[in-house]
Design a binder for this molecule. Structure first.
Ligand SMILES: N[C@@H](CCC(=O)N[C@@H](CS)C(=O)NCC(=O)O)C(=O)O
Length: 324
C-alpha cells in the first residue's frame, strides 16, 4: 500500500491522523470518456472512439469499484471487445501487482509489467497520487482513458451499442434523476461508508460512519419491501452499484470492517434482492469470493496484523431469491 509522489513510489498507509481518524477517498485523476464517435464526454478530452479490441480493463476481482465495470462488461456483451488483466489480491508494500500465483490472476497481459504503478508512470513519469483499480487503458493512444468506475460503467452502458447490438439500458433517461439521487445517498453511506467505518482510527470517525450505514440499510430494507429494485421494477445502475458492496458485506465488511450491527442475511428483502442480482445471467461469474476474502484480510495489516484469513459463514448464493 502506498502512492506515487512526483513519479516515486512511497510505501505508506492512509493518512487518517490529519483528519481526526477519518478515511478520505482521494479524487480520481483520469476522467475521459469513450463515446461512439470519439467526441468528448461530460469530462476530460475527446478522441476515444468505441472500437472492438482497442481498450483494455485492469481490474482486481476483490475491489467493489472494479467489480462494477466487470458486471457491465458481462451484461453489455463487451467480453469479446474489451479484454482484461487481473491483479493479485494481495496489495502490500508495492501496491497492486501483476504477480500471477493466485487462481484467476492474469499478469499484465498488455506489457508484462510487474506493478500497476508502472502503468500510471507510462502515462506520466512524474505522476503523483494513488494507484487504483479499475483502469481503462487505450491501446491506440497508450494512455489511461479513465480510472473512475462510476464513469466507466456509464460509458459501457451505451458507447459500444453500435458494435455489440446490445441496447440494454441501465440508465434510462426517464429514471436518470432517480438513479443519481439513489447513487448519491448510497455512495456516501454504504459503498464508501463501509470503508469509512473500517479504516477509521478514532471512535468518533467510526461512529460517524457506522450509524448512517445501518440507518441506510434499514431504509433500503423497507424500500425493497415495496419495490422490486432500487428505482422501481427495472434493474438500473443504482442496483449494480449497491450490489458489489452487498456481495462483500457478510464475507468481509461485517467482521473485518466492524460493520457488525447486523448481517446482510438478517435483512430479508435486501438479502433476497442481493441474491436476485447475483443470480442474474452472467453476474455470478464476475464474483470471486476467494479474491475478495483474501485481499481485505491479507492486505490491511493495520486492521488485521496477523493476516489470518477467517473461516467465514457458509452462504448459499443460489438459494431462490423469491422476488418474482
Ligand atoms: N474512485 C475510484 C476508486 C477506486 C479504488 O479506490 N480502488 C481501490 C481498490 S478497492 C484501490 O485501488 N486502492 C488502492 C489505493 O488506494 O492505494 C473508482 O471508483 O474507480
Amino acid at each position: 500500500m502506498g502512492q506515487l509522489v512526483d513519479g516515486v513510489w512511497y510505501d505508506a498507509w492512509y493518512d487518517t491522523a490529519s483528519a481526526g481518524g477519518r478515511f478520505q477517498r482521494s479524487v480520481t485523476a483520469y476522467r475521459n470518456w469513450i463515446t461512439p464517435d470519439g467526441s468528448p464526454g461530460p469530462s476530460g478530452e475527446g478522441g476515444f472512439a468505441a472500437e472492438s479490441g482497442r481498450y483494455h480493463l485492469y481490474v482486481s476481482y476483490a475491489c467493489p469499484w472494479a467489480h462494477r465495470t466487470l458486471i457491465y462488461r458481462a451484461l453489455k456483451g463487451l467480453v469479446p471487445h474489451v479484454d482484461i488483466s487481473v491483479v493479485h489480491p494481495d496489495m502490500l508494500s508495492d501496491g497492486w501487482t501483476f504477480a500471477a500465483d493466485f487462481p484467476g490472476t492474469t499478469g499484465d497481459r498488455l506489457f508484462g509489467l510487474r506493478f500497476l504503478r508502472e502503468l500510471y508512470l507510462k502515462v506520466d513519469p512524474s505522476a503523483s497520487g494513488r494507484v487504483t483499480v479499475p483502469v481503462l487503458w487505450d491501446t491506440a493512444r497508450d494512455t489511461i482513458v479513465s480510472n473512475e468506475s462510476a464513469e466507466i460503467i456509464r460509458m459501457f452502458n451505451t458507447a459500444f451499442d453500435g458494435i455489440t447490438g446490445n441496447r440494454d439500458d441501465y440508465c434510462p433517461p426517464d429514471l436518470l434523476e432517480q438513479i443519481d439521487a439513489m447513487n448519491e445517498r448510497i455512495y456516501d453511506r454504504v459503498n464508501n461508508g463501509v470503508y469509512k467505518a473500517g479504516f477509521a482510527t478514532s471512535q468518533a470517525a467510526y461512529d460517524e460512519a457506522v450509524h448512517p450505514l445501518f440507518e441506510t440499510l434499514d431504509w433500503l430494507e423497507a424500500h425493497l419491501a415495496r419495490n422490486r429494485y432500487l428505482c422501481g421494477d427495472r434493474v438500473t445502475e443504482a442496483d449494480w452499484r449497491l450490489f458489489t458492496t452487498m456481495a462483500r458485506f457478510d464475507p468481509v465488511y461485517h467482521t473485518h470492517f466492524k460493520c457488525n450491527r447486523a448481517w446482510l442475511r438478517e435483512y430479508p428483502n435486501l438479502w433476497g434482492w442481493t441474491r436476485a442480482l447475483y443470480q442474474w445471467p452472467g453476474v455470478a461469474a464476475t464474483v470471486h469470493f476467494d479474491h475478495i476474502v483474501r485481499h481485505y484480510h491479507y492486505s490491511h495489516a493495520t486492521i488485521n496484523p496477523s493476516r489470518i484469513i477467517p473461516i467465514n459463514p457458509l452462504i448459499d448464493w443460489t438459494e431462490p431469491h423469491g422476488r418474482g
